[in-house]
Design a protein. Structure first.
Length: 277
């Protein structure tokens, strides 16, 4: 009797576990119509500085946020001067190959959506000397040698005791593409220069939530200390979705339907004929 009960309990547990696995499989999220696959990559950040200059951070991150969404971030900071002449710069370069693939058949063409942001701060603490610069922040997606998407945010500069908070956006830019291989390039640069003068001063460019600069640069960075730095940097989001059908697609247009034909019974028109039983 005990053996029968044990075998029955095992069968019930197995059936319960099987049903649980099936429910999990049914609840698995469906793949988006199109996905982005990352291929080979070449990225560099080149810091340059003199004795009285400093660079902080300086990195490039490529993240697959979702199967059909790509996020590229460039961040860093430069500072120079502080009672002496100095220079510091960061040069960012990224080349990323990627592929757009369909996850199933019978789809409309893929639509590519690209948006770019550049957020940061530029500082100059001396009226007669000291400049902080942000270069054009550019993103280009190519198919072969043909540019498909080209986003370039304008440069910014601060000098002569200026403090500038930059928050610029380009896009979203949308275009119809096809499946296949693409090449992404992204460039960005920051610099700070403090010339030799008889007065103390410093310059800084901060495009990093955590710039990792020495504490003696805190004074030049002070004007925007209370501002949220969470989104500082040069960011690009690339998304691929299925093209939406045109308005009214698949719905009959009553304006082009032919008029109803007149029914006749023994040669006499019948407008509201009731079928006989």
């Amino acid at each position: 009797m005990r053996e029968r009960f044990t075998v029955g309990a095992l069968v019930v547990c197995a059936a319960y576990l099987g049903a649980g696995f099936l429910n999990r499989a049914e609840a698995a999220p469906e793949q988006p119509p199109y996905v982005i696959l990352l291929r080979s990559r070449d990225s560099t950040v080149v810091p340059e500085r003199t004795k009285h200059g400093e660079t902080g951070g300086g990195f490039i991150q490529v993240t697959q946020v979702e199967p059909n969404v790509l996020l590229v971030v460039m961040r860093g900071a430069t500072a120079a001067g502080d009672d002496h002449a100095g220079r510091a710069s960061l040069q960012f370069n990224l080349t990323q190959d990627l592929e757009i693939q369909a996850t199933r058949g019978g789809l409309r063409p893929p639509r590519l959506v690209a948006t770019a942001w550049v957020i940061g701060s530029l500082h100059s603490s001396q009226r007669h000397g000291g400049t902080a610069d942000q270069s054009p922040a550019c993103f280009v997606l190519r198919s072969g040698s043909n540019p498909i998407v080209n986003l370039c945010l304008k440069p910014h500069s601060a000098a002569g005791c200026q403090n500038l908070l930059v928050n610029e956006r380009a896009g979203p830019v949308e275009t119809i593409v096809s499946t296949g291989l693409y090449n992404l390039t992204q460039t960005f640069a920051l610099s700070a220069v403090q010339e030799r003068t008889h007065l103390s001063g410093a310059a800084a460019a901060n495009y990093d939530p955590d710039p990792k600069l020495d504490a003696h640069w805190n004074e030049v960075l002070k004007p925007f200390r209370a501002v949220s730095h969470r989104d500082f940097g040069f960011r690009v989001i690339l998304r691929v979705v299925e093209e939406t059908p045109p308005p009214g697609a698949g719905e009959p247009d009553d304006s082009i339907l032919p008029p109803p034909k007149e029914q006749k019974s023994n040669g006499v028109p019948m407008k509201d004929a009731i079928p006989s039983r």
